[in-house]
Structure formats: structure tokens, C-alpha cells
Design a binder for this molecule. Structure first.
Ligand SMILES: [Zn+2]
Ligand SMILES: [Zn+2]
Length: 177
């Protein structure tokens, strides 16, 4: 399902714009083979003064992640709220001055282009920020044996069997994989 997630900055009224989004996942670009966003919903509250927009909201997502160690796909839920400033990317080049301004304000700044905010990208970014660097299906996941590929969470390693028994053991193993 496609949800219209593009917001024209000039459409944001004086007293703010409040938007709820359901079923965002279909509008978001795919992440990668280790992470997919299954469901996502969120809310945005936008307040504009001239070209600057203060934005706050939350996003919640159901993800499928792939374990770094055993390659099992496991579900994970994320929910986060955020608050930052959006400025037109044309101001990006003001560089140093802007950085200085930022550190005093301590509000994060993001940029928008072509007078348009892309809510789906913003939500996606917030979701991705919640994903840990190391993806583990469970704490202490034992992973796969590099020798025989056995999922060590579920079964014993077979490497020893292969060495101990006849050469046919290798074939038998291959069949069961
Ligand atoms: Zn695992
Ligand atoms: Zn093994």
C-alpha cells in the first residue's frame, strides 16, 4: 500500500500541521538483506517559521532482522520519538556559521530539498538509528559452526562425526542439510 508521505513546506500553516501515518512500510525504500521493515506507523507535528521547520513525532516499526551469527531471521520492534530542526538544503553551504549556531541550540538539524519534506525517509532514518550495529537473535547466540554449518543453538556440531566415521558419513550429512 502506498501512502502519500510528501509534505510541501509551503502547505504548513501558521499554527502547525499534525499528521498521522499508518502502513508506511510500503512507501519506504528497502533497507538491505539483513533488515526489512514489515510495518511502520508514526506521527509528525510540524511548526514552521519561514523556511525553518521544527519537527517532532514518533515512529514505531516491526522489523525482520537477520542474526549476524546464525543467519536466522528474527522479529524486532522499535519505537522512538524525535525532535529536530529542518532547514532547506540551500542553506547547507553556510557551513561554519551554522555549526556554531547549532552547538548553542543543541538541536539536531536535518535538511529538506525542493520545498518538500519526505516523511517516509525521515521515519526510515529514525527507525534505522534504532537498529544496533550487531544484530543478534538472542543474547549469546552460538551461531553456526564454521566447519559443518550446524546451528549450534539447536544442535551439536557434526564436524567430529565426519572425522570419526567412514567417508560415507560426509555423504549422509550432505543429504540431511
Ligand atoms: Zn542467532
Ligand atoms: Zn561443526
Amino acid at each position: 500500500m502506498f501512502v502519500d508521505t510528501h509534505i510541501k513546506v509551503s502547505d504548513i500553516p501558521e499554527d502547525g500541521l499534525f499528521l498521522n501515518f499508518e502502513e508506511l512500510a510500503g512507501s519506504m525504500p528497502e533497507v538491505d538483506e539483513y533488515c526489512s521493515i514489515v510495518h511502520a506507523s508514526g506521527r509528525l507535528e510540524l511548526h514552521r517559521s519561514d523556511k525553518e521547520i521544527r519537527i517532532s513525532g514518533w515512529v514505531s516499526g516491526n522489523l525482520n532482522l537477520t542474526c549476524d551469527r546464525c543467519l536466522k531471521v528474527f522479529p524486532a520492534d522499535v519505537k522512538t520519538s524525535f525532535f529536530y530542526l529542518l532547514k532547506p538544503s540551500s542553506e547547507f553551504h553556510q557551513g561554519l556559521e551554522l555549526d556554531h549556531e547549532l552547538s548553542q541550540d543543541e538541536v539536531e538539524v536535518y535538511w529538506y530539498e525542493n520545498g518538500e519534506i519526505r516523511a517516509e525517509e525521515l521515519f526510515r532514518e529514525q527507525i534505522l538509528l534504532q537498529i544496533p550495529m550487531r544484530l543478534l537473535c538472542q543474547e549469546g547466540c552460538k551461531g553456526l559452526c564454521p566447519g559443518c554449518g550446524a546451528d549450534l543453538n539447536q544442535e551439536e556440531c557434526h564436524c567430529k562425526d565426519v572425522h570419526e566415521h567412514s567417508p560415507f558419513a560426509v555423504l549422509a550429512r550432505l543429504k540431511t542439510v
